[in-house]
Design a protein around this ligand. Structure first.
Ligand code: NDP
Length: 323
């Protein structure tokens, strides 16, 4: 494993980390979840990502149980949660969003589910148009001062709003956001590479990026339709098909097909190649992996080996075929 600093902070995260979305508490059972966390840990993964909204809190519960069961040393791993969507199936107004009340209640609930005394990373899962940014910044700072959170950040916030939050924090000597969690993969690059470009140096922001395989599309598994045991076949994820497979203009399936053909020409699996490409961006502090099977995770962890094997000319070809 390689370790990278979370932005300009001193926290060393594994370059490849592991997340629970769709899988934990929903698609897979507890024993597969345990095997996945154990395999990740055995390969040096030290960051496990979660959110209040994943499987209505069940993903955090399973992850907390599994980590406790495996007796991972608390000072050896980092765990995150995210606040915004709420954990209740049909949240009441105070059970979602980024108000001071919900940020605090959600943090306390996540601590219980994950069976920890502090969250190492805590994200605002989306911007909340109904809460002043300053209220959220003060709420996050309070959690850090109470010892319940170590680093706070955002997920899919516009650059201007992240800058505003940092400005408020600096003015009032509060803790600034340390990280952002955006989608980043060969088929979605703009936000990380263009919109956030000034923020890395300006704020010392680190990116903990999600969906490096575009929900599996970059493995080639959707080339001939949707396999019955795949993510896009999950009945509760019908809404995801449109954004993953895209429309004819975006030609996402065609671009993924060109990418898998290039991977074959290079003699490597497409999944670790796509993940390794994400790591070529120095602003990426960690790539969040998702997997429904241990075999997928083990294949994806080979990305680090490919990162060292290929030079710039190969990465430019990879970008050209998906571009
Ligand atoms: P990916 O894009 O890597 O998709 C992972 C899925 O692709 C797996 O669950 C599996 O689905 C399939 N897959 C993975 N590896 C392989 C392989 N080698 N061969 C074939 N299929 C494979 O990442 P995720 O979308 O899961 O995102 C990773 C993490 O990022 C999440 O767990 C979560 O923690 C975080 N995240 C954060 C978001 C945010 O808004 N902040 C949003 C989304 C994710 P299957 O087998 O079911 O087809």
């Amino acid at each position: 494993m390689q370790y990278r600093r979370l932005g300009s902070s001193g926290l060393q995260l594994s370059a490849l980390s592991f997340g629970a979305w769709v899988t934990f508490g929903s698609q897979i059972g507890r024993s597969e979840a345990r095997n996945l966390v154990a395999a990740a840990w055995d390969h040096g993964v030290n960051f496990f990502d979660n959110a209040e909204g994943y499987a209505n809190g069940a993903a955090e519960q399973v992850m907390g149980d599994v980590i406790a069961d495996l007796r991972l040393p608390r000072d050896g791993y980092c765990v995150s949660s995210k606040v915004f969507f709420g954990a209740a199936a049909d949240p009441r107004p105070t059970q979602r969003g980024l108000s001071r009340k919900h940020v605090r209640d959600a943090c306390d609930a996540a601590l219980k589910r994950l069976r920890v005394e502090h969250l190492d990373l805590y994200f605002c899962h989306r911007p909340d148009p109904d809460t002043p940014v300053a209220e959220t910044v003060w709420a996050m700072d309070a959690l850090i001062r109470q010892g319940k959170v170590l680093y706070w950040g955002t997920s899919e916030w516009p650059a201007a709003l992240i800058r505003e939050a940092a400005q408020i924090a600096r003015t009032h000597h509060l803790h600034c956001p340390t990280m952002e969690q955006p989608e980043y993969n060969l088929l979605r690059r703009e936000r990380v590479e263009l919109e956030y470009a000034p923020l890395y140096a300006e704020l010392g922001l680190g990116a903990t990026i999600w969906s490096p395989l575009a929900s599996g599309l970059l493995t080639g598994k959707y080339a001939d339709g949707v396999p019955a045991d795949s993510r896009l076949a999950q009945p509760q994820l019908e809404w995801l098909q449109g954004s993953v497979l895209g429309d004819a203009n975006a030609n996402r399936v065609g671009r993924a097909g060109r990418f898998t053909a290039l991977a074959a020409e290079l003699g490597v699996s497409p999944a670790p190649l796509a993940i390794a490409w994400c790591l070529t961006n120095p602003h990426v502090s960690t790539v969040l992996l998702g997997a429904s099977k241990v075999s997928q995770l083990l294949e994806n962890l080979q990305a680090l080996e490919l990162l060292g094997r290929f030079d710039d000319s190969v990465w430019r070809r990879v970008e050209a075929v998906t571009g």
